[in-house]
Design a protein. Structure first.
Length: 141
């Protein structure tokens, strides 16, 4: 991967990658990265934003620019953020994903995550019913 993504890079990639939900702004990425508990990994093509608190890591978001999908970037970013979380003391990792986002669920399952619960109607959809969040976790040890 190239150099770490800036908040502007992340917002631009998030905007084109997240078409069914509200993308995050540069200000939101900046505020999250202001915390020493949060880190970004990847580059402007594909990145993950992760928070580690105590022994738990949470994938806050991951996005791949549509021009760079299906190239293995997200799979590599998944490996990289989990390795970084381990170095920060995380023993477990968590994430949530929209129930209708089957490509992301397949990526997470191939990265060792398993479903551990749901949040009904968590993700709003414009002109449609809200979609459940699928909660997933895995051990990092």
């Amino acid at each position: 991967m190239a150099s770490a993504p800036t908040p502007d890079d992340m917002a631009a990639t998030h905007r084109v990658a997240f078409t069914q939900s509200r993308p995050w702004s540069t200000g939101e990425f900046t505020a999250l990265l202001d915390s020493p508990l949060t880190f970004a990994i990847g580059d402007a093509r594909c990145f993950a934003l992760v928070r580690v608190i105590a022994d738990e890591a949470e994938l806050l978001t991951i996005a791949t620019h549509p021009d760079h999908q299906r190239q293995g970037l997200a799979r590599q970013v998944m490996k990289d953020w989990q390795a970084q979380a381990r170095t920060r003391g995380a023993d477990q990792a968590f994430l949530e994903v929209a129930a209708d986002n089957t490509p992301a669920q397949a990526l997470y399952q191939s990265s060792g995550f398993a479903t551990c619960g749901t949040r009904p109607g968590y993700y709003p959809r414009s002109g449609a019913a809200p979609v459940d969040a699928v909660l997933m976790k895995r051990s990092l040890r």
